[in-house]
Design a protein. Sequence first.
Length: 329
Amino acid sequence: MPEEWISYAALKRLGADELRRRIDESPAEAARWVEAAALNGLWNAQIAWGQMQIDGHGVARNPPAGLRWFEIAARAGNADGTNMVGRCFELGWGVAVDKVEAARHYRAAAERGHAWAQFNLATLLLNGEGVPADRAQALHWYVRSARRGNAKAMTMIGRYLEHGWGRPARLRSARRWYRRGAEGGDFRGQFDHGRHLAEAGHTQQAVVWLGCAVEGGVPLFCRQVAQGLRNHDLPAMQALARRALERACATGEAADARAFAVALTEGLGGPPDPEAARRWFARARTIEAAPADAAAPAPAGRAPQRRPGRIARCAAVLRRTLFALPYGR
């Protein structure tokens, strides 16, 4: 590796986006100069190096060391480092879970304008974790986070307005916030925006946004979406259910592999694929015998088809199944 990559002058020129790009391209090779940048005091590198050690990304996994690097950045006055120390205490990365300490660090960063710390603090306030539950204060911090461009906070404001937590519900305003969250890239906002489009009879648009939610959602979310869609009689929704089941297989759990195999056998959302189903049933048995990560097969599904008005029935099912999901970062 060229020595100039880890010279101080070269490291100072690295912005956060360039740092992420190089880490993604070659984590193992990047580890050397990310560490060098961290040692030279570049806070973005300190955060990246800490996260790499927590994740084991390009380096041996070492959560306590990752926490120490976050603490170094935090002591230097960096709000991102303070927020990440809070994440460590909230999630038990390199330290025992302590929601009180997590809230303290989130608040310190939030008061300095850190959008993710504002979101994280709001979530603790909403759930009453580490701090007394306070929906009004949670909304306050979600609004501040949203004003700084946090799409997830926008979605949460939509949920406040739809459900009227502690105040009258305002459905029209909720829809506007869901759209903002969706357009900002939050998969839950995309789901909620699609759900409301479905209820209004805008079937094609709803299918597009629900599809975005499935493609961007975490495996647990996709599992829940599939449960809500698989029995719908609109072929486009069944195709989304099939894709959601496939995406859910990223959990590496046998139950998800088996559920996708059943969908392939039944021809949910597309033609039956017995051969692929056999492979997924075999994968489920392998996972049960000796758990291992399973790579997902090639995507399968049918192109969306328009049948106005019939998607609305699944929207109520989705609303019931997904509002219960935790909404962390």
